[in-house]
Design a protein around this ligand. Structure first.
Ligand SMILES: NC(=O)C1=CN([C@@H]2O[C@H](COP(=O)(O)OP(=O)(O)OC[C@H]3O[C@@H](n4cnc5c(N)ncnc54)[C@H](OP(=O)(O)O)[C@@H]3O)[C@@H](O)[C@H]2O)C=CC1
Ligand SMILES: O=C(O)CCC(=O)C(=O)O
Ligand SMILES: [Mg+2]
Length: 421
């Protein structure tokens, strides 16, 4: 009989047979989930000889939920995940324009999973568009509950948008809505609490994992009171809560003003040598250039929701694409977490047993690490290295690799299970 995972004083307590809810997902979700589940079970069995095991519990969301219950995201699904603390999911479809809002975003918001953690590293042999993919080794902390993802927007021509435009023009003195008759409007909330809990998680992670820096990525030069404040609150939190453990660029600037640039650079050098975390910032556009040209300069990255979405896929491309990029949505305060692939439902490949299951498999590796089952996680990581190293890969890698053997989703899983040792 399975038992519930609990969290005591922020520490996850995993029974030998934890109940883990899963959402299969839409489109290619069932293909990659079937493969991933077998890989997780193979690794756990091999690591613990039957002494530990997972009791899977299916919960519904997306098309499957709608067909069975008439709801896209049933309350029962949220209740089961809340109750069991963690879950793993495949991708869910979001129609563009009208219709339902993103179920993926709704799950993160309803469970307050404020940090979307996406590690980006290269596996030996994976085809990449850059010359030195091994230089990219970053962990993105994307804020998950605020920003324009809050879904506060009004359609062009609606009574609501007319009211808001009227308010802006007549009560707030706004004069620069270029085409007021035909504008839709969106609101971008970014709060001090939301920013600080995200940046805190990123710095805690950097300290725990022995990382060198945390970069706050923002567009504060243009959006001063949202993205600019994100940067300022980030520095404020770093200095106030972490004191001597960090050196911030805000401090660097204060030293420049007082004693000049050489003194500031010297202080940063000394901080690096002392193993302090360097907390710095980058404006989002130049950041997207520098992750390509100088990836070694970045380590942990903390950013808002939309920037984080763009940065995730851009960085994933550098190490082989979204077919292999994992993710976790975590509330570090309550311990709730949902692990999920970074990519979408890739509908044109649905049911073809074709796409790469690595993204959801590596999300499962993050889940096993979260549970403290490092042995099983490492078995999968080593097997992934070995399997890709032997050039047995799915179509996405095969089309970019010389001499590759292209296999189906399920065959790639067979190969991973075979190569676990
Ligand atoms: N978290 C989630 O559940 C997410 C859901 N979505 C949703 O998914 C739907 C489709 O979105 P779309 O923008 O087309 O993005 P997708 O990520 O679904 O697909 C875009 C392309 O990425 C490649 N790709 C995606 N998954 C894999 C995989 N497992 N293995 C190999 N290659 C892969 C394919 O490239 P190629 O054609 O070159 O082979 C595919 O055509 C939308 O409804 C969107 O809202 C999107 C992102 C995240
Ligand atoms: O939910 C969606 O449609 C998109 C989500 C997304 O792009 C992401 O999680 O990176
Ligand atoms: Mg995305």
């Amino acid at each position: 009989m399975g038992e519930k995972i609990t969290v005591e004083n922020g520490v996850v307590q995993t029974p030998d047979k934890p109940i883990i809810p899963f959402i299969e997902g839409d489109g290619t979700g069932p293909d990659i989930w079937a493969a991933a589940k077998r890989v997780f079970e193979g690794a756990v069995e091999k690591a613990y000889n039957g002494e530990k095991g997972i009791e899977w519990k299916e919960v519904l969301a997306g098309q499957k939920a709608y067909d069975k219950t008439g709801e896209w995201l049933p309350e029962e699904t949220l209740e089961v995940i809340r109750d069991n603390k963690i879950a793993i999911k495949g991708p869910l479809t979001t129609p563009i324009g009208g219709g339902i809002r993103s179920l993926n975003v709704a799950l993160r918001q309803k469970l307050d999973l404020f940090a979307c953690v996406r590690p980006v590293r290269w596996f030996d042999g994976v085809p990449s568009p850059v010359k030195r993919p091994q230089d990219t080794d970053m962990v993105i902390f994307r804020e998950n509950t605020e920003d324009i993802y809050a879904g506060i927007e009004w359609q062009e021509g609606s009574d609501e948008v007319k009211k808001v435009i009227d308010f802006l023009q007549n009560e707030m003195g706004v004069t620069n809505i270029r085409f007021p008759e035909t504008s839709g409007l969106g609101v971008k909330p970014v709060s001090e609490e939301g920013t600080k809990r995200l940046v805190r998680s990123a710095i805690d992670y950097a300290i725990k994992e022995g990382r060198k820096s945390v970069t706050l990525v923002h567009k504060g030069n243009i959006m001063k009171f949202t993205e600019g404040s994100f940067k300022n609150w980030g520095y404020e939190l770093a200095e106030k809560e972490y004191g001597n453990k960090v050196f911030t660029w805000a401090e660097w600037e204060r030293i420049v003003e007082k004693d000049g640039k050489d003194a500031a650079n010297k202080a940063q050098d000394e901080a690096e040598k002392a193993g302090k975390i360097i907390v710095k910032d980058a404006i989002a556009d130049i950041f997207l250039q520098q992750i390509l040209t100088r990836p070694k300069e970045f380590d942990v990255v903390a950013t808002m929701n939309l920037n984080g979405d763009y940065v995730s896929d851009a960085l994933a491309a550098q190490v082989g694409g979204i077919g292999i990029a994992p993710g976790a949505n975590i509330n570090y305060e309550s311990g709730h977490a949902i692990f999920e692939a970074t990519h979408g439902t890739a509908p044109k490949y649905a049911g073809m047993d074709k796409v790469n299951p690595s993204s959801v498999i590596l999300s499962g590796v993050l889940m096993l690490e979260h549970l403290g089952w490092r042995e099983a996680a490492n078995l999968i990581l080593n097997s992934m290295d070995k399997t890709i190293g032997s050039k047995v890969v799915t179509y996405d890698f095969a089309r970019l690799m010389d001499g590759a053997t292209e296999v189906k989703t399920s065959e790639f899983a067979d190969e991973l299970i075979k190569n676990m040792d």
